[in-house]
Design a protein around this ligand. Structure first.
Ligand code: B12
Length: 351
């Protein structure tokens, strides 16, 4: 979608009034759910609450980073999640409608019109053209399906042994991750989206995959230690830490000294860790658009306190927002090999 970036006035109004707009959205949902005709079970109600809130967080980031082209994708995803849980497209429309109405209720024109224009446009597009069907997704290869089956059946050891056979065949670990583990986890995501597996099963497959990653990297012959060090973490709020764990394992296998923090560390703790460890490079991961504001504020915080330490950012959302994040002084990596390449360029430049 082609849209001019929002004016600073519209952005500031949305940001300032966000808690009140969200409260209004939640109030509207409460009214809908309270209607006699609306008979939903507890799970569906919780999901709707979660989706309303999550959509608001995504919207905030879309506005702030000017990522309007991803609104359609986000809405298609939302509708797909709702439909697979018996909630139908109408609920998707209601969420969009609520955010539009609540914004108009709280923000004055012309800023309110500016804010709702991309929403209305995206809604028209999503409703007119059905989003890409998940059935047309890449079909996983036989090997990926076999790995996935082991991971979902909680066959941890067998999954690791299967992964290790690819190393024995001569594939480098990063290739095993890219061609076997990542497609399997993508498929796990599709299954979750279609309500074929629970979030618990998603966790199970993820943790088995983490174990497989460690087994793969730990099976490599130890390399001589190099003098480089790194701190690696997800940006606050983002729980997807397998990509950054992979990055950490790759660096460790090449002799780097790594402090892998993973997910869940708050902004201030991350700043303090970097200030006390003073690594040669900081690696950060951001998977979802809704966590981009946290990524930006962490980068700015680090730039202010440790301007000499290079930052490398990866993950799906980092790539989507690269034109905004790169000028803040972060290298944006397309994958772990790219991350290593950028890191080596930076540390060698400083050496
Ligand atoms: C596992 C998983 C989870 C786990 C994460 C556990 C964990 N400890 O990591 C749990 C269950 C917690 C989870 C939660 C959620 N998830 Co989730 N999750 C996934 C899943 C299935 C796999 C992610 C993964 O590990 N992939 C494998 C790694 C290796 O790939 P990667 O992260 O892209 O990393 C690669 C590159 O991006 C890069 N990289 C990543 N970071 C970095 C950093 C640096 C520095 C470098 C150099 C490179 C790099 O390197 C990797 C290798 O190339 C994906 C599906 C998918 N398509 O990815 C969904 C997915 C990302 N999740 C999704 C969603 C919606 C959620 C939830 C909102 C709801 C839910 N499912 O419960 C919550 C949000 C939680 C939060 N606050 O972040 C959606 C996102 C959709 C969207 N439009 O944004 C997806 C796509 C699933 C789907 N199809 O619906 N999730």
């Amino acid at each position: 979608m082609d849209f001019e970036p929002l004016t600073p006035q519209a952005l500031a109004a949305f940001d300032k009034l966000y808690p009140r707009i969200l409260a209004l959205v939640q109030e509207r949902l409460g009214l809908e759910l309270g209607k006699e005709t609306c008979k939903l079970d507890r799970r569906q109600q919780d999901l709707l609450e979660d989706c309303h809130k999550r959509f608001g967080e995504t919207l905030r980031a879309v506005y702030s980073f000017g990522l309007f082209e991803y609104l359609v994708e986000e809405m298609s995803w939302l509708i797909s999640v709702l439909e697979s849980r018996g909630l139908g497209k109408a609920w998707g429309e209601r969420i969009l409608g609520s955010w539009t109405i609540a914004t108009h209720g709280m923000v004055k024109p012309p800023e309110a019109d500016e804010l709702s224009r991309p929403l209305i446009r995206a809604r028209d597009l999503v409703l007119r053209l059905p989003g890409p069907s998940l059935d047309e997704d890449e079909k996983p290869s036989e090997d990926v399906q076999r790995y996935l089956d082991l991971a979902l059946r909680n066959k941890r050891r067998e999954a690791a042994e299967f992964g290790l056979t690819f190393l024995e065949l001569g594939f480098p670990p990063a290739r095993v991750a890219d061609s076997l583990l990542m497609p399997a986890l993508r498929q796990v995501g599709v299954f979750w989206e279609r309500n074929k597996i629970s979030a618990a099963a998603e966790h199970l497959a993820t943790e088995i995959t983490r174990y497989v990653i460690y087994r793969i990297f730990d099976s490599l012959p130890r390399k001589k230690a190099v003098s480089f060090s790194a701190v690696l973490a997800c940006v606050p709020g983002d729980e997807h830490d397998i990509g950054i764990d992979l990055m950490s394992n790759l660096l460790a296998s090449e002799g780097w000294s790594v402090a892998f923090i993973g997910r869940g560390a708050p902004h201030q703790d991350l700043l303090e860790t970097v200030m006390s460890v003073r690594p040669d490079v900081v690696f950060l991961s951001v998977s979802q658009i809704s966590h981009l504001p946290a990524a930006r504020s962490l980068i700015l915080g680090l730039r202010e306190r440790t301007p000499d330490i290079p930052i490398i950012l990866g993950g799906a959302a980092a790539l989507k927002a690269r034109t905004i994040l790169a000028p803040l002084g972060a290298g944006i990596a397309a994958g772990i090999e790219d991350g290593r390449r950028i890191a080596l360029n930076r540390v060698k430049a400083y050496a």
